[in-house]
Design a protein around this ligand. Structure first.
Ligand code: ATP
Ligand code: MG
Length: 214
């Protein structure tokens, strides 16, 4: 038996027309926005906040960049675990190709080292490496992982970092991660994402695990 309810068909037709009109209006707005975004240049992205997902997001974005054959460099300002999954995954590429360089600097978290002078020296060494990449236009994409702590603990002066970022090659993309971000960096950033901590398994008593935390 066929559905003989003419009202139902009319309702459906009306609904479809409404949907079409709504999408058409949305397309006009989106097309305008797309047409207004004409600049072609690299961006500075800050991943901040207390939640989990800052560094992993940066490495995920680097996969995109590498997939397009771009040249990338990672500088980890705080040495966490020696063999993270991401490092193990990228190690061959970092050692055997020109496409990726990976530097693990620093001596661990500041409450672990408890030696301010040693931390400052490590921060300066890491910055010296970072600075070279910011002057090298053959590099398309840079990650300065956990760099924000260098400013929080005043191991590095933010001003020269801001100047170097401003003067970097036009198409170079940079992602900086860390829980708190300096005001000066936020002033010059193009994209700022806040990873909010709503819940973390650690506080439920779950141990840090392979493939998730490292
Ligand atoms: P990820 O590397 O997993 O993307 P992240 O870079 O956002 O994390 P960090 O502040 O660098 O986070 O902390 C690194 C480690 O701390 C990771 O093992 C992560 O799971 C853990 N962590 C992140 N956020 C929290 C939190 N809110 N509470 C407890 N541990 C956390
Ligand atoms: Mg991190």
């Amino acid at each position: 038996m066929t559905d003989q309810n003419p009202n139902k068909e009319q309702d459906l037709e009306l609904e479809q027309q409404k949907h079409k009109a709504k999408m058409k209006a949305r397309k006009t707005v989106m097309d305008k926005k797309i047409a207004a975004s004409t600049q072609e240049r690299g961006v500075l992205i800050l991943m901040k906040g207390n939640g989990k997902g800052k560094s992993s997001s940066a490495f995920g974005t680097m996969v995109r960049s590498l997939g397009h054959g771009q040249k990338c460099a990672v500088i980890q300002f705080i040495k966490g675990r020696l063999e993270t999954g991401e490092f193990k995954f990228f190690k061959d590429m970092a050692q055997n190709s020109e496409q990726l360089n990976w530097h693990v600097m620093g001596h661990g978290f500041t409450w672990e080292t408890q030696n301010k002078q040693q931390d400052i020296t490590a921060a300066q060494e890491a910055w010296a490496v970072a600075q070279k990449y910011l002057q090298d236009e053959s590099y398309d994409f840079l990650i300065f992982d956990e760099m924000s702590y260098m400013f929080k603990y005043e191991y590095l002066d933010v001003k020269p970092v801001v100047e170097a970022l401003k003067n970097r090659p036009k198409n170079q993309n940079v992602i900086i991660t860390g829980r708190t971000m300096s005001h000066d960096l936020q002033e010059i950033a193009d994209t700022i994402s806040v990873i909010q901590d709503e819940r973390h398994a650690f506080r439920l008593g779950v141990k840090a695990q392979k493939g998730i935390e490292y």
